[in-house]
Design a protein. Sequence first.
Lengths: 742, 417
Amino acid sequence: MQVRSYRGIAACCPPMLMLLLTWALAGPLAVRSDAADAGRPDGEGVNRVLDAENRELGIPHQPQPLVNDLTFLRRIYIDLIGRIPTDAEIRAFAALPKATRRTTIVDRLIEHERFADTWTVFYADMLRLRSNADGGSAAIALVHQALEEEMPYDELARRMIAASGKAGATPEVGFILGDNADPMALAGATAQVFLGIRVACAQCHDHPFDVWTQRDFYDLAAFFGKTRRVETQFTNTVYTTESSQTTVLWPPEGEPGERQPLPPKFPFEMASNSRAAAYVARLEQLRSDQSEQLAAREAASTKSTVDDLLAAVDSKVQNASRGQRLAPEGIAAEAKRDARNLKVDAGMSGTSELRAELARLVTDPKNRFFSRAFVNRVWAQLVGRGFVEPVDDFRDDNPPSHPQTLDYLADEFVAHGYDLKSLVRMIVTSAPYQRAHAVGADDVTQTELETAFLATPMRRMMSEVLYDSIVTAGHLFAPKHAPGKNLKTVWQQSRIAKAPRDDRPTGSGAADQENAPTPLAQLGSGGESSTESMPAKNKGPRQASYNLESAIELDFDSLLAAKKGQAEVMVDRMKVMSKEELEAERMQAQMQQERRNVEFVDRFVRTTIDDNPQFGSSFRMASPAPPEHFLRVFGQTDRTQLGNHRDQDPSMRQALMMLNGRLTHEASRVGEDEPIYGLVVGEKANLRQAIQLAYREILTRHPSDDEFREAAAIVGDAENAPAGIADLRWILLNCNEFRFLP
Amino acid sequence: MHCSEYQISRRSLLGAASGTFLGFQVRHLLALEGTSHPSQAEHVILFWNGGGMSHIDTWDPKPGRPTQGEFEAIETSAPGIRISEIFPNLAQQMHHAALIRSIAGTQGAHGRATYNLQTSYNQSANLIHPGFGSVVVHEKESLGDLPAYVSISGRAPRSSYLGQRCEAYFVGNPGERDPYLAFPEGITRERGNKRLERLAKFNGRFANNRNDDKLQATATSIDDAVRLMRSPALKAFELDKVPTSTLNRYGDTPFGRGAILAKQLVETGVRFVQVNRGGFDTHSNNFPAMRNHGSVMDPALASLIEDLADSGMLEKTLVVMLSEFGRTPRINDNAGRDHYPSVFSGFLAGGGVRGGTVIGSSDENGEKPKDRPVQVADLHATFCHALGIDGNKEVMTPLLRPMKLVDNGEPVRELFA
């Protein structure tokens, strides 16, 4: 994949122009920023500072050793691109020179196209972006684009805090609209999400166990006091706008004294100039270099005309139409129309002055809360434990375990231009990331080792990683069976109109809910069908409401390109609908039917389909998923509450989904197009190699001799070799070794 | 059992019952439980009527008033209580039931009102409150193999800070089989069981040299799943063996089947069953719609109350029917009624509720509470009272903010004997 460089553009361009430029740069002008050019740092500095700090703390333990190469490989694939490595990738890694293979693979994966997909989920969790909120899908798509283009984190944060505009058309407003533009909610969210400070309690009273007062909270909320959420009834669009009056008044409601508009004040302390001088100077130098490079590039190239931009749009369309999402012509027409309508001077001009000021203060390089909070989150994501836990609860009586290491990382992060990839590279090439678990240690020692980052805690794969890893191991991203091997006879239900009738009054009748769509059926991609028997009347179609393991990908490109049209319709359809919405939709559909005086009957038609399974990447599906979906059951949150992080608690529902779900079942079955097939069936069948391949593909390691004998017994026990391999793969996919990171 | 603590597994409970804990023997345990506190209710069946059900056309008729609409009030088996003619069978069971005719709601939009009625709290930014079903299963220990909280034909509210273990188990259509409770298509029982056995061996070996609670908890979750898959109590989810005569008595509709399923589930130990049904948002042509709703709800609800009373389960089962608000007394130009939260009604039976009781009243046109207004939180406090749950108990949110199980509220004590 080609990486469009963000570097050097951010500093001087209004965002919309920037968007156009990056489009234009996608063509021959693209400048690839590879790791060497970028000079991304490694983890040596982290090792040094952490070792010294642990010595100071007097930690009595020896560190766990670094994990071996294959274990590292599994870890790094999971953490950087959200899935386990394939057999081919394992082989490619083994072919790399031993001394440098770890950094080589890190640099490759940081540039992998799945890196942006994977870290989009990290950001969407952090920012609580929801596909089913106003402008939520577009905001997620924007984050994805920001990752692809290496937008500095401070720039992304500024946009999220400061943007005004229409939901979807101005993707950034998804953040503000996610909290309904409510000043109190946004004060709490801004402090906690970007600064790791929990001030939400201070909304109603001075913070019970922290220094924040209610007045601090109101001071902060006042930055959002003039922001309004507006919903137009006719076009059904939602946007934010700025009012001249603030809604934030002091003293709080119900307290004595006349309530007066409150001017905003940033309650968090900045670092002193002398303390910040070194890393701020490095940041300024970096950004000035980047501007110069950009100016040089601009001078070297002819000025872009609208036609150049349109040509760039064409190449964009090539990318956008990968897969069978949308007809390319549709996107092209829309994207071109959008390009013509773009106001190059638009963008930040519509933002709120108050929020622009807040954005500047939040992202000020001297505001160490901002960099510390983010660094702590990324560290916890990768290492399994933050310097501060919970990751968004920085306060005096909850100090970081290693303040110097945290500050070292925070300063380097700022000095490298708030570049996520630099931060990630520093962490994953450091020793604390690469250490083994504290196997065999007692509880106390284990905790001490993990807290000192001398051992890594056991982590379960995130739900998206688990999903995509099963799909990867089972070769399910594309059909794997020969055509015709999965024929199934199904009953398909369809509604068919009978002859018009006149004997019934128009308007809302009261059809029963018999055929009301369930929320889960909304997600179905194909026809809802039930296998086996014709549904008896009192049973209803079997399994019609269960579709909990599909992942329909969002087309991020078209979400950003199209203001209205097919893409949004698709997203709307996939929205996780509330009961009320469903009810409203049902009523509406019913009224429409009856207005036309048409009666419908349900027909069950017997058809044969080739049910060759295929699954998309869960990192790109609308999120959060519906409540009972695989992703939610394994810990994806609804992204509404502050401080509600993903948990790793097991549940019976998880067990049922893994044991009996379609995903593990299909991943286990052997398909003719899989590499393992030739080792299982035919003249070249080789059971030893088949078992080794199954272990490599699923657990990224070779089986021991005992394990090999056990596996051979499992395969030998089955009706035939493919069934035996399926049994083995089902066990490997279900076992704890698969779902917990090595 | 606190749902959020998976480690305290059901197994310890099962151990106490010497491992012979099948769905059919639950009643013994219920009997033991019932003596531990003065409240009577052990189970709840909540019928949730989505869309906002007209109070005047159901529980609070206004005969002779301009707001009456098309339906007459009929006498019931409870002297002095009259309800709408759309409930002829239910009228014969009113000596078991009680009505609250003075619910004073505050929310007139579907989303906010539903949230309020189902959680007792008002919607707020940044925090989601758990639904009442989650509160019940958080406070009352599970009985038997089945999930403690089941939602039929639609979603129940989220469990939020009470933890994933307090989420409702979802049944799309009554009688529909949950595919996750059986081995995947094409995997015989023998093969599936062999896989499970071997998986346990793999996991046991992996956990052996690793000292981690997460592995033990995962093993417990698999054991629980397998126990449920193999449990004879799962029959409670099936409707195939329901006699045609019973189906006809309840009305052969999804709602009727939902009521039968709810009954089977509480008889098998399920604590909380929510049966969802929509279509009450009758902005136009209110009367044919409500007549139809009556024809669906009346036989089901009446048969359920009758059957629970006959079997003795009604004493231990609180049956509630609620909607997010009522509908305008005024009939609009489309012969419909619009959203109306200021006063509306709720239906209760069983679980210690005195039959033949009416709490409060609305004024002559059904526009305002006339006496004994009941706040939404009072309703929840009342349910808690029936179940012996302390609604003022505090639990911690993710931000360590203590929240009461119920947003204050006083129980309507007159409902109980």
